[in-house]
Unconditional design. Structure first.
Length: 639
């Protein structure tokens, strides 16, 4: 990302009045690019025009950038232009092929590492970023030097990288609901990603999950659109920076993505990639708020969603992507498709889909079939199935974002300020932010005098989640589904049990459940899952076959007070476990800093702050507690 500050942004800092306009371009004349940035959108109906707002990005068009794009476009042939639209997965393309086919971008998917191994050397990331960059800037054979942009799912920290700080998943951050903290999380995440030479994070997810049977509910901050909108905006400011802060896409920042546009959290039955059936007004009121806020804060990319709206796949919706998002809402960055999302449009396949490009997807995430897709798209342009104007518009948007990010001028990834600074991965200052987030995310649902626990108590800490980095972290951690990685590979993690060992100063901590104790902390919950595999038929959590639940009951029978800690990506019906325990804590998916649990559960400097970001269901049907609920403790510590 670029090395220099915007001069006008620096001026904003000095002349505070400028910041109140929210725009570094406030004093400069409006810029009209020589080709309009949204030539292809149709005006909305009078009714729709009232629903969708015009949003003003604080970035604005820059005459110099638009002129530079004109000059580049004039030199590009069709194949070179189409290449910019293609995003293969790093496992499926070599840097040489990226050069040969003028490829504009690559991604690494969940659980994809440059060395092919979760515990390969950290330096492998930067080395591969350098190789792709070098290939993209090689002007041999008449090629043009256009830097390639690498995207990664840094959705709760730089989560594919061993040793990175892993923040709580979004649902926990919704419980914490602390905007300032979100900015710190975005800042720390951007720094860790910058170490690896990557310029782009597929975050934040601005989904508003409305049915917690959806397996991606934990990627949603809340069922409340207001909370989602505010927290998304703040983490975005941390990730991308902002002109008024003088750090927009500066060296420590990344291009960010608001995803998945639109209605991903509203599908019938919570079905992943399903159909969201809503009026246009409801779609905007519930699922549109995160986009209003993030576009208004300058987000540079938006990811199209797998789901449909009223039966139509978003990847094929010219109305939503072009007329609404780019036209009325004024989004001037680029739209990235989701993983083969285009193939779900009727008439399309993985390797051929003019309809997605025509609808407004600017860059196609086509992890493996990229070569055939590229050939087909070139043919479709030549045959007029994709217009030259549309192709130029897509390329213009991609080049605009690359130029705003300073990628043309910065040199290779390893020359960037934070590149290769291994000490920043999992840095203690980042871990401190994550641990604060864990503390603030915990929601106390019940306390019959069991909390706080005395520092002098003899404590049993047991249950399947007590010493489990994977259960603490959930999906999108080291691997896609968050499974199948040995505990010792979660480098730098503090488990819940480790945290108790540090916090109990003069008592004892044991996992021996047969021993006598003053209190038992039983950590249980969901095992990891991600998209496609996490959907549920109903929200009841199966306690009948749970060894953890049997343990709670046997401890109770021995008159040992039980503190139940539930690790999960969403609220679940756990009535009998709540009844069987003296205190019940919803801990969500806290990530690498499990010590945040003992910080709050053991007497000391902290109390509970978290409030339910979703309603908590009772078993069968109905509600146990509504959104917004969350206790604090007042009682003296229990010995
Ligand atoms: C997910 C996106 C993710 C992408 C790349 C998709 O399946 O829906 O959220 O960014 O994969 O891993
Ligand atoms: C990838 C993910 C992707 C998913 C979609 C996985 O193999 O690692 O990033 O989202 O496939 O199918």
């Amino acid at each position: 990302m670029k090395k220099s500050l915007f001069l006008s942004a620096a001026a904003c800092l000095i002349f505070a009045a400028c910041a109140t306009t929210g725009s570094s371009q406030a004093q400069s004349a409006p810029v009209t690019p020589s080709k309009p940035s949204v030539p292809l959108s149709a005006p909305l109906s009078a009714q729709a025009d009232k629903i969708w707002p015009a949003v003003k990005s604080p970035i604005g068009l820059d005459a110099g950038i638009e002129t530079r794009i004109d000059a580049l476009l004039a030199q590009m042939n069709t194949a070179q232009k189409v290449g910019q639209l293609i995003q293969p997965e790093i496992k499926n393309i070599s840097p040489d092929d990226a050069a040969k086919y003028n490829i504009g971008s690559v991604l690494n998917g969940g659980g994809s590492w440059p060395t092919g191994k979760v515990d390969g050397p950290l330096a492998g990331w930067l080395a591969l970023a350098n190789r792709f960059y070098g290939a993209s800037m090689d002007t041999g054979d008449g090629r043009l030097a256009i830097p390639i942009i690498w995207g990664t799912d840094a959705v709760h920290g730089h989560n594919n990288v061993q040793g990175a700080t892993i923040f709580p998943h979004n649902i926990g951050l919704g419980a914490a609901n602390n905007p300032g903290l979100m900015r710190d999380i975005g800042t720390a995440t951007a720094r860790e990603v910058a170490v690896t030479g990557i310029d782009w994070a597929f975050a934040p997810t601005v989904a508003v999950a409305r049915d917690i049977r959806w397996g991606r509910s934990y990627e949603s901050y809340s069922s409340d659109p207001k909370i989602v909108a505010e927290l998304s905006k703040e983490i975005l400011l941390g990730l991308q920076g902002h002109p008024a802060l003088g750090n927009f896409l500066s060296e420590q920042k990344l291009v960010a993505t608001a995803k998945h546009f639109i209605g991903d959290g509203g599908t019938a039955g919570g079905k992943d990639q399903g159909n969201t059936v809503l009026s246009e007004q409801e779609l905007f009121d519930i699922h549109g708020q995160g986009y209003v806020q993030t576009i208004g804060a300058g987000v540079q990319t938006v990811m199209a969603s797998f789901n449909s709206w009223n039966g139509n796949k978003l990847h094929g919706s010219k109305y939503m992507l072009t007329d609404v998002l780019k036209g009325k809402m004024g989004f001037d960055g680029f739209v990235i498709g989701d993983w083969n999302g285009h193939e779900q449009i009727p008439g399309c396949t993985k390797s051929s889909c003019a309809a997605a490009i025509n609808a407004g997807v600017d860059m196609i995430m086509v992890p493996d079939d990229w070569k055939a897709f590229l050939d087909n798209a070139v043919r479709q342009v030549n045959a007029g199935e994709i217009s030259q104007a549309r192709l130029d518009d897509a390329v213009r948007r991609i080049l605009r974002v690359k130029m705003r990010a300073g990628m043309f001028d910065d040199g290779k990834p390893s020359t960037q300020r934070l590149a290769g600074r291994a000490k920043l991965i999992g840095h203690k200052s980042h871990r401190a932010v994550a641990r604060q987030a864990v503390r603030e995310s915990l929601v106390l649902l019940k306390n019959d005098n069991a909390l706080p626990i005395s520092k002098r108590a003899n404590v049993i800490v047991a249950g399947s989640g007590a010493d489990s980095p994977s259960m603490q972290s959930g999906g999108w951690t080291l691997t896609w589904q968050g499974r199948d990685v040995a505990d010792e590979k979660y480098k730098g993690f503090t488990t819940v049990k480790d945290g108790f060992e540090q916090a109990i100063s003069s008592g004892t901590v044991t996992s021996d459940t047969a021993t006598a104790a003053d209190v038992a902390v039983i950590v249980f919950g969901e095992t990891p899952y991600a998209e496609m595999e996490g959907d549920l038929q109903n929200t009841d959590f199966d306690l009948t076959s749970s060894a953890d639940f049997k343990l709670m009951q046997s401890l109770k029978a021995r008159n040992i007070p039980v503190v139940a800690v539930f690790l999960s990506g969403r609220p679940r019906g756990v009535d009998a476990a709540i009844q069987a325990s003296d205190a019940f804590v919803a801990a969500w998916l806290p990530g690498s800093e499990g010590g945040g649990l003992a910080d709050v559960l053991v007497e000391g400097d902290y109390n509970f702050k978290g409030k339910l970001p979703f309603d908590w269901p009772a078993n069968g049907s109905g509600q146990y507690k509504p959104r917004g609920y969350g206790l604090t403790y007042t009682a003296a510590a229990r010995q």
